[in-house]
Write a protein that binds this ligand. Structure first.
Ligand code: RIB
Ligand code: CA
Length: 309
């Protein structure tokens, strides 16, 4: 089987961790490197969370450190959602491995060249690293086959009434990425809010005596409990859906639209402005989700948590 070469850029918090845990187990994807960015928590935590998790799961995927603050704004985190250090109540052994000696954007360039135009770049945190990559190395754009982003919302938001966290943290970076010309899919809250794992599925996983299943159950328990504060049912797999869609594009429902990002609003900064009615006449620059296949996704998540490669 020709596995899909992937680089994942993340701000490892709980749902990023679930994406890593399931993505590494997916036979259709070959995650060649993981890059880290500040977002859910500070960069020092998103980076060690990622390295410790990859090691705890028994993989040797390179982890490269990226940007610690948004392009033009101070960092705002989501500790209230992911916990002080980003991994909820999960304590993992401290990795003895070093981070990759190259920076996040240099690793993405390295892997893009190795993949010879077949690289799928997946960004599930603020888009700071991705914008930095495109500004620093514009020549890499043709080597990125597809960019999948977890971010934004056609309707609504989870930080303000109209801004989703990843985009709200660094709206300027998101706008730069939306204008990059790289083929891209935006997996928005319109889809990811349906990508939930409920208590019944967690109970099916609870008895499985593997490291992977135990870490997954602890993360899910924390997310379900923490989400009660926000009147959200279950654990929401925002990032898991985005990464899974690389292996299974049929998970996503949506269409190609013109998308841009508000960076100068009073109440609307960080809003992804999606021309659903096609009134601007501007060319479509993104596939944007409007929904997803929740049962297919849940089955995939369970299989990736249960299977032992
Ligand atoms: O809004 C959800 C997104 O913001 C997810 O990527 C979550 O990990 C946070 O980064
Ligand atoms: Ca994330």
């Amino acid at each position: 089987m020709n596995r899909i070469p992937v680089v994942l850029d993340c701000d490892t918090g709980c749902d990023d961790a679930m994406a890593i845990l399931t993505g590494l187990a997916c036979p259709e994807m070959d995650i060649r490197a993981i890059t880290t960015v500040a977002g859910n928590v500070e960069l020092k935590y998103t980076s060690v969370n990622t390295l410790n998790l990859v090691d705890a799961l028994g993989y040797e995927v390179p982890v490269a450190v990226g940007k610690d603050t948004p392009l033009f704004r101070p960092l705002t985190t989501a500790k209230e959602v992911h916990g002080e250090k980003g991994m909820g109540s999960v304590e993992l052994p401290v990795s003895t491995r070093d981070f990759d000696s190259e920076s996040a954007i240099d690793v993405i360039v390295r892997e893009a060249k190795k993949a010879a135009g077949e690289l799928h770049l997946v960004a599930v945190g603020p888009l700071t690293n991705i914008a930095h990559l495109m500004m620093t190395y514009p020549e890499v754009k043709p080597l990125i086959k597809h960019l999948t982003i977890m971010g934004g919302a056609i309707d609504g938001g989870n930080v303000t009434p109209c801004a989703e966290f990843n985009i709200h943290v660094d709206p300027e970076a998101a706008r730069i990425v939306s204008e990059s010309g790289v083929p891209q899919t935006w997996v928005t809250l319109d889809a990811t809010m349906q990508a939930t794992i409920d208590g019944a599925m967690i109970e099916e996983l609870r008895g499985i005596d593997t490291k992977k299943a135990k870490v997954a159950v602890e993360l899910l328990d924390f997310m379900v409990d923490r989400n009660k504060r926000f009147h959200v049912e279950g654990a929401v797999m925002h990032d898991g859906l985005a990464l899974a869609s690389v292996a299974m594009p049929s998970l996503l429902i949506g269409d190609k639209y013109f998308l841009t990002v508000e960076t100068k609003g009073v109440e609307t900064t960080g809003k992804t402005v999606v021309d659903v009615a096609r009134v601007t006449g501007k060319p479509n620059n993104a596939f944007v989700t409007t929904g997803m296949d929740v049962e297919k996704f849940r089955a995939w998540m369970k299989e990736m948590i249960v299977n032992e490669a």
